[in-house]
Design a binder for this molecule. Sequence first.
Ligand code: AHR
Length: 560
Amino acid sequence: MKRREFILGAMAGGSALWLESNHGALGQKFLSLMPTLQSADSRIEVLTGEPIATIAPEIYGHFAEHLGGVIYDGIWVGENSKIPNIGGIRKSLVEAMQRIKPGVIRWPGGCFADSYNWRDGIGPKSQRARHTNFWRDASEWPKDAPDGPWKYETNQFGTDDFLRFCKLTGAQPYLAANLRSLSANDFDEWVEYCNSPPTTTTLAEVRAANGERDPAKVRFWGIGNESWGCGGNFTPEEYAAEYRRFTAWVPKFGVDLAFVGAGPNGGDLDWTRRFFIKLAERRAVGNMWGWALHHYSWNVSGGRTSDWRQGKGDALNYPDEEWYELLHEADRLESLITDHWNVMGEIDRTHRVRLVVDEWGAWYKPGTEANNTHLLGQQATIRDAVLAGQTLDTFQRHADKVGMASVAQLINCLQSLFIAHEDKFVLTPTYHVFDMYSVHQNAKAVRTVFSSPPLDYTRNGQPATMRGLAGSASLRGRQLVLTVTNPGLKGVRETEIVVRGAVIRSVGAITLAAGDIHTHNSFDDPHRIEPKPVAVAQNGNLIVHRFAAASVTRLDIDLS
Ligand code: AHR
């Protein structure tokens, strides 16, 4: 079963050398100029004179859907809870989020968005409507999962609560409109409720009566979600017509509204091409800020199956083959970005529209959720950290194309940064990667050249390879940050690092690594895996670093 079929079902109920493939002749030229170290087997060149683009803080985005334990038990614990909270929102979550400077949070879905009526989630909590949650009939529910707000939505967490959560964490809100089952007028009025100035409209007064006098000035709006599946099962042409209708006139209230279209499932270039052609027929490309791409890493079967359920592996117990297969799947994002970008450019020749990867992460089979109410909840190991690091690096290498992204999902679901149940709360290795990488935000991405031997592994009984080290770099003034993932399971990678166009003054490094590749944090052992400072050698303008196996590393390089 393919993912598209799964979503429809839910509705009803490498390279030889990294250098060669990414940087071609330019990289070869620089490498030939390099001093070499006898023992090093890998090299990284940072080309400070070759800027790519400013790294949008929105790349460091999150996703919170009304799905399983994300909202209820995750974010929202209720005002009267014994669990420390800020107006009902889990306090430890807010504090941890503040540390990583979240760029944006997407809400309320996902598939849930196209069944959600924003009016149900405003006003006195005791009077809010109860409705069947989109995910009520999902086949992944643990057998003994009880009824509750995760199955019958109580709307205790609505627009005002979400906007408050964003304000507390410092993130920009990114709201997903219901295109499948509400009208364009409902969408206009949601914008009006959030953004109209005090006292100007009835909805501004309703908002004030609900405790929010001032407008939230929400800029980012998703126009539906996965409209090829749960969001309406449209053809690209049908969706383009709906998109045009929803965005043709929306009240601005002085906000530079940024609309995001529901883009393809993974490599479906046909969806992108046909949508853009249809949009351009009515000169509506200018009404789009971003085009959303979803990519999950799930198939670890080594080519044995493409079935959506059979192809998945376990979050905690996996052989080496599944480690490599999963990370290999995540690496596909690089070609997905460039392929969709090229197709978009056939119509949008000046590339006004950015790519928005608003769902990405690892998706395992059920069984490791922290509680039976956490549909699609899963544990997270150092493998997820490497996946997160390589994905963020990929976005940064394409900072000129990717304007926003959100990892799926924030808490208690898929590749979470947090796992929580009642008063228990833990940071996952993915959280630590966001923490390590957040310093890249708003810095200038600069080109890097990685040369690292491919890694050998056995795939379905046959020899296979995966690329070696990969990463990205950014520059802010004289501060250079280089982040690197090593997916290799055996031995360290001794690496020469050269900075072109600048003189190195000093260097420091921190690493997230673990002796056992299944290492994870748990409620009982919450600090098992955390980033640690590591030694790094500098010799004039040459840095030599030993990248640990299965690791994510950040080097902080001061330039003079
Ligand atoms: O993140 C879980 C689900 O995956 C989302 O609701 C949907 O958009 C995607 O298929």
